[in-house]
Design a protein around this ligand. Structure first.
Ligand code: PAF
Length: 282
């Protein structure tokens, strides 16, 4: 596996690929876990060279302590990528990809300021700015993102459509632990008790999913059901919402019922999020 640090190294490697190769990019912030592995396996199954980027993007952290404590496990990450058969890893230096004095960034539009965007102001502008830079530098034909960050996935797709980017976006389903907790790099920061409490996110989503399947197609009731489950919990709920899959607007009864339930909460200062698709069509 090639390790690429500078833009020159990246471009030289890009040039060395066979002319007919379609480059597949899997952007990450490292601290790779089983969820990333499923994303990488799906990317590798395309039978094309896979490039992974690892960069903890300071632009998408609205809190300095969250950036500071974000898990960093580079040696283990490189071992995993190598064992899976990833062709190259791009490790840009912070002062190269986010130079001091950077002034222009991307505006994520209205969906960027609700839900996760409201809980973490500036997060999506910073995320899209770096993803756009990675697309510019790596020039992939394909890029993979996890459904676990559904609003991020939606906004990356909108950016690609709205800015005419020539990259095809692929999504990989959320990978869960046996008890339902969605894999996340931030889970590594949870102690045993917080890990137990964090299960409430997936439990609330599954409760909303069950109610939906049993015929409750009233989005506000589904939201209330999720919220009520947090009443006696040490988790601070940031939001529990049901949105339309097509545009992330609040779902309304009778509008087609292809919805997504989204939830985020904070425990011991650690922000966790999860979501579940609610659909009547399979
Ligand atoms: O999902 C992530 O890990 C990050 O938001 C991404 C897409 C790598 C951009 O920094």
């Amino acid at each position: 596996m090639k390790q690429l640090h500078s833009q020159d190294e990246l471009e030289a490697w890009r040039q060395s690929l066979p002319a007919q190769a379609e480059l597949v990019l899997v952007p990450t912030m490292g601290a790779l876990h089983r969820g990333h592995q499923s994303l990488l396996e799906a990317a590798l199954a395309m039978g094309q060279p896979v490039l992974t980027s690892i960069f903890v993007n300071p632009l998408q952290f609205e809190r300095a302590d969250d950036l500071q404590h974000y898990p960093r496990t580079l040696d283990a990450d490189l071992q995993l990528l190598e064992s899976l058969g990833v062709a190259a890893v791009y490790l840009p230096a912070a002062n190269d990809i986010v130079p001091a004095g950077l002034q222009v960034g991307l505006d994520p539009g209205p969906v960027g300021s609700v839900l996760e965007g409201a809980a973490r102001p500036g997060h999506f502008a910073g995320m899209l700015t770096i993803v756009h830079k990675l697309f510019q530098r790596c020039q992939p034909q394909h890029a993979w993102f996890g459904e676990k960050d559904a609003q991020q996935l939606f906004l990356v797709r909108r950016m690609v459509a709205d800015l005419d980017l020539r990259v095809k976006i692929h999504a990989c389903p959320t990978y869960r632990e046996q008890d339902g907790l969605a894999y996340s790099s931030r889970n590594a920061r949870l102690d045993t008790q917080a890990r137990k409490e964090a299960l409430l996110l997936s439990r609330a989503l599954f409760a909303a999913g069950d109610a939906f399947v049993q015929g409750c197609q009233q989005p506000r009731q589904l939201e209330e059901l999720m919220r009520a489950m947090f009443a006696d919990s040490p988790l601070q709920l940031a939001y529990a919402a049901v949105v339309r899959e097509c545009d992330f607007a609040p779902a309304e009864a009778g509008d087609g019922e292809d919805w997504r339930a989204l939830i985020a909460a904070r425990i011991q200062g650690i922000h966790l999020l999860d979501n579940l698709r609610l659909t009547t069509s399979v």
